[in-house]
Design a protein around this ligand. Structure first.
Ligand code: M6R
Length: 607
């Protein structure tokens, strides 16, 4: 959570910091702040709320100087107040620091420092780091940072400046992401590439334990014992347009409509005509593929929903039992021996703390770990033994959309890949891949339902609750539809297996309860129709997501939207589209901030 930025060079720092913070605002928007070094001292500006507020403040009270650091906050320790907003300073006001992460031993350190006379002004865990640096005796800022971080337990990406060392920024990471953008006699700091891409495409991803020292003249990286570390310079491979809204009112809308293209990008160069898929990044030998006896899928939120679909698909294609776990639960479970297991960590951001720790726990239990990740160079991608990149470009809207459909595609390809090294017949695999290849155009057709979805949204927008029901491979789609609705419209929604409704939730049904059935043409369609009748009999307001040419339920339901016909295994890739659009339009009608829903942030890098 939180975004950190920084700049050192010869330009005015504040506009560059603001631009980076705007790009990172999806990571948290409880408060924003910058500190700029003007050669004499440090000038700090902070506001509660959005980066736009900070922009206004800086236009009234400029902060001039050619190096600085900034922060956009998702509050963990301490309320979202101005005093708790980063940057934080030490007792003298000559050291300033921004932090993304959580310091687990903050209370102990705080008591220790207070006993030594340090005066704390905030409720944050972060403030202990800057007082620790102040308290440390060493020659250079980086030595003091290294010594202070040696006492810290927890996750951090920090950037630190000292009024006594003008034009110098020290950056360090352990467990939270941060990268350095490399320019011509200037350097940029960002929690992810979007913070620096307006200025440079050359980036250095720091590793855990790295301490980077930046001045306009150069940068170097050392470890905690001051040993020099060599880090490669990578290139950002997407364009600035990918992080612009274009003609769309919201990033979520843009990203929903990008799905024909993003789905294509996930498949590109990977589907063979012979029923094989090319997934070199997995780095799995045929022998390994044959040796696995189990698959374990780990993820959170939408990525976990994709995993639930993946379970059904991979079991069918490989015959291997697949277990899907919330990463946050798995990491604290008693670990069974996993030496025969392929663990698959799914994460759009590649930075979700629970998923990262769960995959490490799976590895410790003996599993071979691969990632299905979107963000190139992210921690999960680098920590995994191999993986599949989604290649959907940056997903900026907090509600995940295009990553979800591509995660399903990646899981399908993984299933075929493993299956072909086992018993999956060439014809069966080839037929599935051939159909998968047509998906982008079917998604495009499904998106044409938008005007109808918008009209339905108007009739559901005032409801306080909603139920989403589905079966089989479309039960996770019901979960996903409900999650989309609650996170951006604040309507309470539940996703359930359709048949479970009669075991309790049916008591909720009355004429005010919208019920969305995901009921494409498949082997359980008739069963779902029976569930629809049960809701109808109790007066619920029903929307059905069905299949073109598969019977018209309009005589018994209030609304029906039909997606193109495809094989049942692929149907979630289409049935989820109207649900994404429904949540989007309901949220817009309710006046919600679609791209920045309250209390949320795009990547959850804390437990
Ligand atoms: O980046 P990840 O895929 O690991 O993120 C997991 C969840 O935090 C994420 O899917 C979250 O549930 C989204 N807000 C859902 O739209």
């Amino acid at each position: 959570m939180c975004g950190i930025v920084g700049y050192v060079g010869s330009r005015e720092a504040a506009p560059i910091l603001l631009n980076g913070l705007n790009r990172l605002e999806y990571r948290g928007y409880d408060s924003a702040g910058v500190v700029v070094q003007n050669g004499v001292g440090l000038i700090t500006r902070k506001v509660v709320g959005r980066v736009s507020g900070l922009e206004s403040l800086l236009s009234e009270e400029p902060a001039c100087g050619t190096s600085g650091i900034g922060h956009t906050r998702w509050a963990t320790h301490g309320a979202p107040t101005q005093v708790n907003a980063h940057p934080h300073t030490d007792c003298t006001g000559r050291l300033a620091l921004v932090h993304n992460g959580i310091i687990e031993n903050a209370d102990v350190l705080r008591t220790h420092l207070e006993n030594k006379g340090h005066v704390f002004r905030t409720e944050t865990d972060t403030e202990v780091i800057v007082h620790l640096i102040e308290d440390t005796k060493a020659d250079t800022l980086e030595e003091r940072v290294a010594a202070a971080l040696g006492l810290v337990v927890g996750a951090y990406a920090i950037a630190v400046m000292s009024a006594d060392e003008p034009g110098r920024i020290v950056v360090a990471r352990r467990g939270s992401p941060v990268l350095i953008g490399v320019g011509e006699a200037e350097y940029f700091i960002g929690s992810d590439p979007s913070a620096v891409v307006d200025y440079t495409r050359q980036v250095v991803y720091l590793d855990d334990g790295d301490i980077a020292v930046l001045t306009a003249d150069g940068m170097h990286v050392v470890d905690h014992d001051a040993r020099v570390q060599v880090r490669s310079v990578d290139r950002i491979d997407w364009s600035i347009e990918a992080i612009e809204r274009g003609n769309h009112a919201h990033f979520m809308h843009k990203e929903i409509h990008e799905q024909p293209e993003s789905a294509r990008n996930t498949m590109r160069g990977r589907l063979g005509e012979d029923g094989n898929v090319r997934l070199d990044g997995l780095k799995l030998t045929p022998e390994q593929c044959r040796r696995f006896r189990r698959v374990l899928i780990l993820g959170c939120g939408t990525s976990w929903h994709a995993g639930l679909i993946g379970r059904q698909v991979i079991e069918r294609l490989t015959g291997l039992p697949v277990q899907v776990e919330y990463a946050s639960e798995y990491r604290y479970q008693h670990q069974l021996d996993a030496s025969d297991t392929l663990a698959v960590a799914i994460s759009q951001s590649g930075e979700t703390a629970d998923t990262l720790e769960a995959m490490r726990a799976a590895r410790a239990a003996g599993a071979h770990v691969v990632g299905i990740v979107n963000v190139v160079g992210s921690t999960i991608a680098r920590d995994a033994d191999g993986g599949i990149y989604l290649h959907v470009g940056p997903e900026v809207g907090v509600a995940s959309t295009k990553a979800f459909t591509s995660q399903i595609i990646a899981l399908l390809m993984l299933g075929v890949y493993l299956g072909r090294h086992r018993d999956l017949a060439e014809e069966e695999a080839a037929a599935l891949l051939c159909e998968l290849d047509t998906l982008p155009s079917l998604i495009r057709r499904t998106l044409r339902l938008e005007p109808q979805v918008e009209a339905i949204a108007a009739s559901f927008a005032e409801a306080p609750n909603a139920l989403y029901l589905g079966r089989g491979v479309n039960f996770p789609v019901a979960l996903e539809g409900a999650l989309k609705l609650k996170e951006i419209s604040y309507i309470h929604a539940e996703g359930l297996p359709a048949a479970e409704m009669k075991h309790g939730p049916i008591a909720l049904i009355d004429e005010n309860m919208p019920v969305v059935f995901v009921a494409p043409s498949d082997e359980v369609y008739e069963k779902v129709v029976s569930n629809i009748q049960e809701v109808k009999a109790r007066g619920g307001r029903i929307l059905v997501i069905g299949t073109e040419g598969n019977g018209d339920l309009r005589a018994i339901v209030d609304h029906q939207l039909n997606v193109p016909r495809t094989s049942p295994m692929l149907s979630p890739l289409l049935t989820v589209i109207p649900l994404q659009l429904l949540a989007y339009h309901i949220a817009v009608l309710r006046g919600c901030d679609v791209d920045r829903p309250r209390n949320l942030a795009k990547s959850v890098t804390v437990e």
